[in-house]
Design a protein around this ligand. Structure first.
Ligand SMILES: [Zn+2]
Length: 217
């Protein structure tokens, strides 16, 4: 699965909306494109392909470094948790892991970020961990998961995502390695009070109201 194939796959399941006027949840920015990842998670056969490709890239990264492949994968519920299942499955099947890998999840807590349930805290303590994230926007969510694993005494080694929309770098989310199937940056605009700064605002294109914030702020 190369970048173009991954984009085509997202488009084919209705997860990539183009030529619109979307208000993103992060930093009040606007853009023409929107990734609705829930549309992807309707199709396990597609998620499986993404999980497999990520597992291969993660394995290659650790093999190149001559380091042991972590056998714990953590993603944020719901999307990241689904992806974590397939990545963990394929670490052994396609990535050459010698044992089965575990897929754990973190849950959102109000505005505080994420939490691991107590039984999971015991599992990650002292262990190397792979963090998966479906779509990386500004990287706050990935950084939050990494931080949550660290607080539990785990060692996040890599972040793996389907799409790194914001050209976020590994160190910004607190790890040494970041792999993504799609690196293509999505243009985001910051509209001023009069709409200047966003070409769609200037052109008077109405905001999409069924995806993103859509003016509901
Ligand atoms: Zn706009």
């Amino acid at each position: 699965v190369n970048s173009a194939q991954a984009i085509q796959c997202l488009r084919s399941v209705g997860a990539l909306l183009e030529n619109g006027h979307f208000e993103y949840t992060t930093q009040n920015k606007h853009g023409r494109e929107y990734v609705d990842k829930d549309m992807l998670f309707r199709y396990p056969a597609k998620v499986l392909e993404f999980g497999k490709e990520l597992a291969i890239r993660i394995s290659n990264c650790f093999h190149r470094q001559g380091e042991a492949l972590p056998l714990i994968v953590v993603g944020a519920s719901p999307g990241g948790a689904i992806l974590a299942q397939w990545v963990a499955y394929h670490l052994r099947l396609s990535g050459g892991a010698k044992q089965d890998a575990m897929a754990l999840f973190v849950e959102k807590t109000g505005t505080e970020g994420f939490q691991l349930r107590p039984a999971y805290v015991e599992l990650v303590k002292g262990q190397s961990v792979i963090v998966v994230e479906d779509i990386i926007n500004a990287g706050w969510s990935a950084a939050g998961i990494v931080h949550t694993v660290e607080r539990a005494g785990g060692h996040p080694r890599i972040v793996a995502s389907i799409w790194n929309r914001g050209s976020v770098l590994a160190h910004k989310v607190g790890v040494r390695h970041l792999v993504s199937l799609v690196e293509e940056k999505m243009e985001a605009y910051t509209p001023g009070p009069d709409g200047r700064g966003c070409p769609m605002c200037v052109a008077g294109v109405p905001l999409n109201t069924d995806r993103g914030h859509g003016g509901k702020r």
